[in-house]
Ligand binder design. Structure first.
Ligand SMILES: Nc1ncnc2c1ncn2[C@@H]1O[C@H](COP(=O)(O)OP(=O)(O)OP(=O)(O)O)[C@@H](O)[C@H]1O
Ligand SMILES: O=P(O)(O)OC[C@H]1O[C@](O)(CO)[C@@H](O)[C@@H]1O
Ligand SMILES: [Mg+2]
Length: 438
């Protein structure tokens, strides 16, 4: 990676004194402004979590307030949109952005776009909501999404028409990889039209699959919920003769939720994720190992990420969702059927209990750590946006809050490295072998 790859796009020179200076004066804690040339060097070893992001010395622009800003806060109108699937902490993040805009910068004209990118398209008829501190006061304790979200492709021209019609100077986009791609397309259209509207994104996904983000907000809460399902599965498995608790967890292309939830309880005997191939049949297959485990210990817990074992369904074309994401074969119910058949065939009694917490892990209110985290992200996003930065996302990467060009974030998908320390820990905690027949 070259140093210019981490350079952040700007709307123009920042010439206005940051109102923090007049509002807060020269008080301790408010003295430090980040110089635009302040970059932090990140540990190249953490790169191994970002699939094929080369492990080289890399620096990112440090997040935080600048002494000069680009926008005049009294004339600025900003909007927030939340896209894709839900994630714990979305409301807390929206609140953090609104309060930071109002109280720290004096930007009082803030609106919320309802139901993701649909909200920009007039034919859907969604209202634009005025986001005031009073309105967002209590939303951080709520699960779900106050603004609503959606999938589905929308015309970039119509979206930017809306930005113009609404007279927006700033757009905060909260979403996953698809949203980051959409933000890039919006910035392209804005640039084509010569507009001065900034677009700053905040990465959101319980899958935790975005490059250059150590952990997405809400991930920790989702893992906590997933761990509850595993606890239930373990209780069921130990409470019946030859009990098997089978848990399916979200994780389309990356198995971070399954891997972390497995480590959270260490009651799991087999953890299956999209990044690691496994066979069902044969001497080294899952069924044989599960049978051995049941014979030895009389109970077992299996965790499967929804994107695992998709090679089984290659014959079926399940199509794509409205946003173009591949639809997955249902590995959970498939495994349930195949495990039951296997034990029936061997005449071994089996009590399999299937648990699919599904949307429960992402629609709950976030925990305190994720609330704190969304607070930091919201503050960092507002600081960056007011300075005139665009085409970027804020991120915590290698313990620093930084600015990452969207272009760089969407180059790859972050995945569990089958050769890395996370997967090694899972293997150690479960004791599961490499389940592929040679
Ligand atoms: N290449 C693209 N260009 C323009 N818009 C896109 C692109 N990819 C996705 N989008 C739009 O971005 C929005 C969000 O995308 P998507 O539904 O894939 O969710 P996401 O942001 O990836 O979040 P999640 O974490 O839930 O997957 C959708 O409205 C989708 O149509
Ligand atoms: O059913 P929906 O809302 O399209 O979303 C499901 C997907 O969204 C995620 O929660 C995040 O991308 C995935 O884990 C899951 O596959
Ligand atoms: Mg996505």
């Amino acid at each position: 990676m070259k140093p210019e790859d981490t350079k952040i796009q700007s709307l123009g020179p920042a010439k206005i004194q940051n109102p923090i200076i007049t509002r807060q004066g020269d008080s301790p804690g408010f003295r430090h402004f980040i110089d635009n040339n302040e970059f932090v060097r990140v540990n190249p070893f953490v790169m191994d979590t970002a699939d094929s992001c080369e492990p080289r010395e890399v620096t990112f622009e440090l997040a935080g307030p600048r002494s000069k800003i680009y926008f005049d806060p009294t004339k600025l109108k900003a909007a927030i949109v939340t896209c894709g699937g839900m994630c714990p902490g979305i409301n807390s993040l929206v609140r953090s952005i609104v309060l930071q805009l109002h109280h720290i910068y004096g930007v009082t004209n803030v609106v919320g776009i309802k139901f993701g990118l649909q909200g920009f398209i007039p034919k859907f008829g969604h209202d634009i909501v005025e986001l005031t501190p009073t309105l967002v006061e209590g939303i951080h304790g709520r699960g779900g999404s106050y603004l609503g979200m959606s999938r589905g492709s929308q015309s970039m021209e119509e979206i930017v028409d809306s930005l113009e019609r609404l007279n927006l100077g700033l757009l905060f986009m909260i979403g996953g990889d698809g949203t980051l791609r959409a933000s890039r397309a919006i910035v392209e259209e804005i640039t084509k039209r010569g507009l001065k509207t900034g677009v700053v994104s905040i990465p959101k996904t319980i899958d935790n699959d975005i490059c250059f983000v150590s952990k997405t907000f809400g991930f920790q809460t989702a893992v906590e919920e997933a761990a509850q399902a595993i606890l239930g599965a373990h209780n069921e498995a130990t409470g019946a003769p030859n009990g098997v608790g089978l848990v399916k967890l979200m994780g389309r292309m990356s198995g971070f939720v399954a891997a972390h939830a497995t480590l959270a309880l260490t009651e799991v005997n087999f953890c299956l994720i999209p990044e690691v191939e496994f066979d069902l049949e044969g001497e080294r297959g899952l069924l044989k190992h599960l049978e051995d485990r049941i014979r030895d210990r009389g109970h077992a817990v299996v965790v499967v990420a929804e994107g695992a074992g998709q090679n089984i369904f290659t014959e079926e074309d399940l199509g794509r969702d409205a946003s173009g994401n591949l639809r997955l074969g249902d590995i959970g119910t498939y495994l349930k059927k195949r495990i039951n058949q296997h034990f029936e065939g061997k005449n071994i009694e089996l009590n399999l209990k299937y648990i699919d917490p599904s949307y429960l892990i992402r629609s709950v209110p976030c925990n305190s750590n994720d609330r704190i985290y969304t607070g930091f992200l919201g503050h960092a996003a507002v600081h960056a946006a007011l300075t005139g930065k665009t085409g970027m996302m804020v991120s915590q990467w290698d313990n620093h809050f930084v600015h990452v060009p969207v272009e760089l974030a969407i180059k790859n998908r972050k995945k569990v490295d089958p050769e890395g320390s996370l997967w090694r820990s899972v293997r150690e905690a479960t004791g599961q072998p490499h389940m592929v027949n040679e």
